[in-house]
Design a protein around this ligand. Sequence first.
Ligand code: SD4
Length: 350
Amino acid sequence: MTDRRDFLKASLLATSALALPRISRAATTVSGSVPGKVGARVVSTWDFGVPANQAAWAVLGKGGKPLDAVEKGVMVPESDLNNHSVGRAGYPDRDGHVTLDASIMDGDGRCGAVAALEHIGHPINVARKVMENTPHVLLVGDGALEFALQQGFKKEHLLTPESEKAWHEWLKQAKYKPVANSENIDYHRSVQNLGMPGGKNNHDTIGMLAVDADGHLAGACTTSGMAWKLHGRVGDSPIIGAGLYVDNEVGGATSTGVGEEVIRTAGSFLVVELMRHGRSPQEACEEAVRRIVKKRPDAAKELQVGFLALRRDGECGAYAIQKGFTYAVCDMQQQDRLLASPSVYQTTYT
Ligand code: SD4
């Protein structure tokens, strides 16, 4: 499975051709909030957000459109063959199908998404085509694939040998329970219970938000969802208002973690609406997380959900249920910040 730190190092070497500063630090600074008024800015979830941000910045930093920036940015983890939670090397569902979810949204309200899409390594590109070339917002399953092929995408075999091996390992016990991606949970134990190899988390999503110097926003979110999910399961990431929501009047939000919890609370829409009514990005993320915890306090102890928000003035905030959620921030001043989000549970328990 992806070790996000190793991946980060490798990706940074790979992106050095962009002639952007390289990072060497881990997310040791816990900070939910980063002040705004910095001009253009791009933020995204998890450590792999750093190289993704750099690809987005290559567009945004030159005065490009936030929509183009986020699409380019999230394609980085989608292409990464060491990343088993996003894009072409994502782990399959319990029947061995790699099914991908993605959404893209412009701050003017245009949006497109695909869910349970098979055989296409860059679902974000198909989501954008749904937005631009259809009167619809969301295409799913076979219909989404048919549309992609009509649009000129090539059918690919996505189940990599490594993913297939991990799936066969999982099949030995075939137990399924979503495991939170956090430092708090005893992964080794929970992952063994799941029959998963490697002792690592089974899901991560990239959610990215960008704002330009004029306050125009866009966002993108893409994932292979929960490894070993039921065939046909769709998470929050392709659901506009759940995994992603962007409004030029206010700002944007995106989420990661157990998608069912985010869908139940219309999480990203909630964060944006809280900002609309005066909460800071940080306060809005905290309130959205607290609502999830309040509804199911016992379940929440073993769940991870993280929100990331970006206001139109560039201020951003983040909050998660469990410790371990990281997010990357890139702007004119600093193009390589990786921060640790504050969380409800700050201490390690098993
Ligand atoms: C999902 N939210 O499919 C995604 C998975 C994820 O960190 O974000 N993992 O539910």
